[in-house]
Design a protein around this ligand. Structure first.
Ligand code: FE2
Length: 363
């Protein structure tokens, strides 16, 4: 019998975030069971399924697709320049399911001798934790929504499954923004925050601003922002003129540039989440038709809106066990990878999200 229970170690101050669902057959998912999952997801934003070491990539894909049946393609733009392609590797029989992780893997799902790359903050952040402290301390990598934010619509949900989890030590995530805040986390955790909680924490004036403003994202945003350095909280990037000039980006089709609401509406509860990708945003369109296009100002505004909601009491840092699968509402959650892995740490995850069949719904 399917059962729903509160999430162990749910964030202390983000109300109703996350549930665990037990005893569900995801290989043969019935319409009734899916209706329960969908309702739970949109009321709690994140669902943890335990003990699924043998879940097929097909079942993972089909659960993901069921939230947006006419979606088909993987949710990210894989035509990136630079070395970002190394983060994209599909399961051969189910290419929408991507393999993520860290380390050298002899054989996995028909692939052989593969090298996986867990992002390390030393490659992206300006303030790097010294090597001799990097076993004990780490950073949030980049808070984000799973979305290309150019051409493709943001996926509605993401499923993320732990196949192999590195063990043996915990790490402290340092905020290093003058707040003194820090977060105890398992090695290579994924941290999640509720966009609904983020919206609810705003003043009435800021809520009105968010309700009535839109975020314009850069063309090829992840190529564009890649050279810029990430803030120690992982929530913003420094404005130092390091973004890639448009002349060096892949060809730009202006019709593919995305201008999205800042507040995305939950399809079940009608509640709003503050959903802005803090690294990819380039401009803010205001209700009166004017545009904030000063990049530092844009980032400062978004940082002020988002920063309160990443304090430790609002963060869910999932303590992965092998066989866990997390399903999260990508229209109501921001998340980030965490952790500083050694070269010999092995991490294997399976991730699936599908480019949305429609843009997110605004207020
Ligand atoms: Fe992600």
């Amino acid at each position: 019998m399917l059962s729903i229970r509160p999430l162990k170690h749910a964030p202390r101050s983000a109300v109703d975030f996350g549930v665990t669902i037990d005893n569900i057959d995801l290989e043969n998912l019935t319409d009734d069971d899916f209706a329960i999952i969908r309702d739970a997801l949109y009321n709690h934003h994140l669902i943890l399924f335990k003990n699924l070491p043998n879940l097929s990539p097909k079942a993972q894909y089909e659960l993901t697709k069921r939230f947006d049946p006419s979606s088909e393609a993987y949710g990210h733009d894989k035509t990136c320049s630079h070395d970002m392609h190394k983060f994209f590797m599909g399961v051969p029989d189910q290419p929408q399911v991507q393999i993520k992780g860290h380390g050298f893997v002899d054989s996995f799902m028909g692939l052989h001798n593969i090298k996986l790359w867990h992002p390390h903050h030393r490659n992206s952040h300006r303030e790097v934790i010294p090597e001799d402290k990097s076993d004990a301390y780490t950073r949030f990598n980049r808070w984000h929504i799973d979305a290309a934010l150019y051409d493709l619509n943001p996926p509605k949900v993401t499923t993320l499954m732990a196949v192999k989890v590195p063990q043996g030590r915990r790490q402290t995530v340092l905020y290093d923004d003058g707040s003194g805040e820090e977060l105890d986390a398992s090695l290579a955790t994924t941290a999640f925050i509720s966009g609904e909680n983020m919206f609810n924490m705003l003043s009435p004036q800021d809520q009105e601003f968010v309700r009535t403003s839109k975020a314009e994202y850069a063309p090829h945003p992840f190529n564009w922002c890649k050279p810029a350095k990430v803030h120690p909280t992982g929530l913003s990037i420094y404005t130092e003129g390091l973004e890639m000039p448009e002349s060096e980006l892949p060809p730009i089709d202006p019709s593919k540039i995305q201008i999205l609401p800042m507040a995305w509406k939950n399809p079940v509860t009608g509640k709003l989440s503050l959903q802005v990708h803090p690294s990819a945003i380039r401009k803010i369109h205001l209700e009166d038709g004017s545009i904030i296009d000063n990049l530092k100002q844009v980032r400062d505004v978004i940082y002020c809106l988002q920063r309160p909601a990443i304090s430790p009491q609002y963060v869910y840092a999932h303590d992965w066990e092998e066989g866990d699968m997390v399903l999260f509402n990508n229209h109501g959650v921001l998340h980030t990878v965490v952790g500083s892995l050694r070269p010999d740490d092995i991490r294997i995850f399976r991730q699936c999200n599908l480019a949305g069949s429609e843009p997110p719904e605004g207020p």
